[in-house]
Design a protein around this ligand. Structure first.
Ligand code: FMN
Length: 362
């Protein structure tokens, strides 16, 4: 394939946002934020280097202190954090790019050390994630979280609404709700982690209610055409399960259709560490119920991505590790050029090495 016939590199419109190609930057935490969870100035360089992607989606960005689960990750709930992000969005825009903020609350995937007043992390139900938290001093098992009171839920929804407003002040082009990877929204969606007996648990409609109310908080700020949702319902692990992911994703796709949001962004791995045997293929279910943009992600290479776009399986592909290691990924895909190898030991934390020093094509 030559540059001229790669559909991946054609103009597209995501909701209300025109983009120059369908090669998107997947959200990736890089743990380089400074004091007060403010993005580092070098982060502006990192994103601006990748501005040739059609749409950049920021690393997970906390809507509140309660939403923090890792060291050196940025937030968007203080004025210093907003000012830090403004430097990033200005740099991306100056380089001709577009960037959405990924709004994040980790729920139970946190530790008291990250919480306001050292309290327990919160979740839909008092069920521990079986994974481990990363701390400055090494991995620590997650504890049993505090089950949210019904009244707490309204407060968290308001936190997302404020964060959406802050994302506007910070100059983003839109927002993505982080409903993937076992964090708070995902914890509400799946019946393995949500065993509530109030209006937010039980039936699929009840488990989707939290996401629906978040959309109601965020859409008035941005307009539906600048709001997306990320999901990873095809991927499960022992403490993150759902008994019927196809029906669940169908309900979410119907919600997305009703609300007319800009996109659904699904981790539907075709290769890589997230690909699991027996993983359900949820993309066709989404297509059946939702007519907006479908972004797929997870182990895509140039040719597999192009085939998915050509076949209409997806409208755009988000690249994670390949874009992390290749700031000029669209140009490399166009030229079918070799890719830089990722430096795994520099994914999280550190300075510019393995962050802003990956070479561009000569
Ligand atoms: C270093 C790193 C950080 C990540 N951080 C996030 C994140 O903040 N939010 C998110 O939704 N996914 C995150 N992910 C998942 C990626 O967005 C993506 O789903 C994953 O890398 C698979 O895509 P790929 O095969 O193209 O890399 C992260 C992945 C990596 C490698």
């Amino acid at each position: 394939m030559t540059q001229s016939n790669l559909k991946l590199l054609t103009l597209y419109k995501v909701g209300d946002v025109p983009v120059k190609n369908r090669v998107f930057l997947a959200p990736m935490t890089r743990s380089r934020a400074g004091e007060g969870n403010v993005v580092a100035p070098v982060t502006a360089t990192y994103y601006a280097q990748r501005a040739s992607g059609g749409l950049l989606i920021s690393e997970g960005t906390q809507v509140s202190q309660e939403g923090v689960g890792y060291p050196a990750t940025p937030g968007i709930h203080t004025s210093a954090q907003i000012a830090g992000w403004r430097v990033v969005t200005d740099a991306v825009h100056a380089a001709g790019g577009k960037i959405f903020a990924q709004l994040w609350h980790v729920g139970r995937q946190s530790l008291p050390v990250f919480q306001p007043h050292g309290g327990l992390p919160v979740a839909p139900s008092a069920l521990a994630d079986q994974g481990q938290a990363y701390t400055a001093t090494g991995p620590v098992p997650y504890g049993v979280p505090r089950a949210l009171e019904t009244a707490d839920i309204a407060r968290i929804i308001a936190d997302f609404g404020h964060a959406a407003q802050n994302a506007k002040l910070a100059g983003f082009d839109g927002v993505e709700l982080h409903g993937a990877n076992g964090y708070l929204i995902d914890q509400f969606l799946r019946d393995g982690s949500n065993q509530r007996t109030d209006a937010y648990g039980g039936s699929i409609a009840n488990r989707v209610r939290f996401l629906a109310e978040l959309l109601d908080a965020v859409i008035p700020v941005w307009g539906a055409g600048r709001v997306g949702v990320r999901l990873s319902l095809a991927v499960s692990r022992p403490s993150l399960t759902d008994s019927d992911p196809k029906s669940l994703v169908a309900a979410i796709a119907q919600l997305a259709e009703t609300k007319k949001i800009a996109y659904l962004h699904m981790i539907q791995p075709v290769a890589g560490v997230m690909l699991k045997p027996g993983q359900p293929d949820l993309a066709p279910v989404v297509r059946q119920h939702y007519h907006g943009t479908l972004i797929l992600n997870g182990g895509y290479t140039r040719d597999v991505a192009e085939a998915a776009i050509q076949a209409g399986v997806a409208d755009a592909i988000a690249f994670g590790v390949p874009f992390l290691a290749n700031p000029d990924l669209p140009a490399r895909l166009a030229a079918n050029a070799p890719l830089n190898a990722p430096q795994f030991d520099k994914f999280y934390g550190g300075g510019t090495a393995g962050y802003t020093d990956y070479p561009m094509l000569a």
